[in-house]
Design a protein around this ligand. Structure first.
Ligand code: AN0
Ligand code: CP
Length: 317
């Protein structure tokens, strides 16, 4: 595997899940693969889970890890070509990337959507510059339009907990005080569309996601109707994708917060969220603390999804 930016990079998804379950049973069985190999993780944005789980996955594989927080201690980086650099940015990404590439064997990149320029974000301008100029295999640790390590961990979690062969999985928008990217819901939709599940998306009007990820999945604007009989409820906030409101908050309706009222119409559904989550905005305390909440095992599976991706990259080096 040379890049990991979306579900397609995993090939046969069922096989990838099986591999993940194998890795989970014996996570130190592949320690030889990473010997004398260096993983570089570059963060343009904050992280708790991605940082820890990916580093742990690398350690399970015997790798050494270097972490760079671009906004804390590194030079400020210009990302657009052609700019006269007379401002506060001391270095251009086009030099920084090959330099970073020279110190490692694999690069993970976290670079959220800026939510200002839809074309810049949806062209994955920063991630693609890493792919083009680093000379090393690159994987997304949440880039502008996707978070495939999260969605892979989500799928593993669903596989482990499903009670029927083809569970109903409902992704619901929920309110949030800050504008968030569409990366997590995009990737979750992308994965669910490839998985053997009955997938439904629910959100207020105006929150339609890019059709490239929705791929004709059922969209139901009535949240309660969408949730009827659900086996898994996947909550997430995102900002508007469609013009002219790209990157904006256009609804703050707390009736969409996932609480007992919503969970009551489901098939005793499991609750999922990628974390970090704002309680009583996205989900009520009682739902996230209930026995049906999978948020902790879901986060734990981030180590496994990262390990499968790193393992496959090491295997093809
Ligand atoms: C980020 C997002 O919604 O993309 C990261 C989630 C993994 N969340 C926040 O910034 C709160
Ligand atoms: N879910 C997730 O990616 O969490 P972090 O932003 O803490 O890495």
């Amino acid at each position: 595997m040379k890049t990991y930016t979306n579900v397609k990079d995993l090939g046969d998804l069922q096989k990838a899940v099986q591999e993940a379950l194998e890795v989970k049973k014996n996570r130190f069985a592949y320690k030889h693969l990473g010997e004398n190999k260096t993983l570089l993780m570059v963060f343009f944005n904050s992280s708790l889970r991605t940082r820890l789980s990916t580093q742990k996955a690398g350690m399970n594989l015997g790798m050494n890890t270097i972490v760079l927080d671009v906004n804390q201690g590194a030079w400020k980086l210009e990302t657009e070509r052609g700019v006269i650099m007379d401002g506060d940015k001391s270095e251009h990404l086009l030099e920084a990337i090959p330099v970073m590439g020279s110190y490692c064997d694999l690069i993970g990149v976290r670079s959220f959507a800026g939510l200002q320029d839809k074309t810049f974000d949806y062209n994955e301008t920063i991630l693609n510059q890493f792919i083009e100029h680093s000379g090393k295999p690159v994987f997304s640790m949440e880039a502008a339009t996707g978070h495939p390590l999260q969605a892979f961990a989500d799928l593993i979690t669903i596989e482990e907990h499903k009670r029927t062969a083809r569970p109903k999985v409902v992704m619901t928008w929920a309110p949030h005080p800050r504008a968030l990217p569409q990366a997590v819901p995009n990737s979750f939709a992308d994965f669910m569309n490839e998985a053997d599940v009955d997938f439904v998306i629910t959100h207020p009007k105006g929150y339609e996601l890019d059709e490239k990820f929705v791929r004709g999945a059922r969209v139901e604007y009535d949240q309660m109707k969408a949730l009827e009989g659900a086996d898994f409820v996947y909550a997430k906030n995102w900002s508007a994708y469609r013009d002219p409101h790209y990157g904006q908050i256009i609804n703050t309706d707390r009736n969409w917060t996932v609480g007992q009222r919503q969970m009551a119409v489901t098939n005793n559904a499991f609750f999922m969220h990628c974390l970090p989550v704002r309680r009583n905005m996205i989900v009520t305390d009682d739902v996230i603390e209930s026995p049906q909440s999978l948020v902790i095992p879901e986060a734990a599976n981030r180590e496994i999804s990262a390990q499968v991706v790193l393992k496959r990259m090491l295997e093809t080096m």
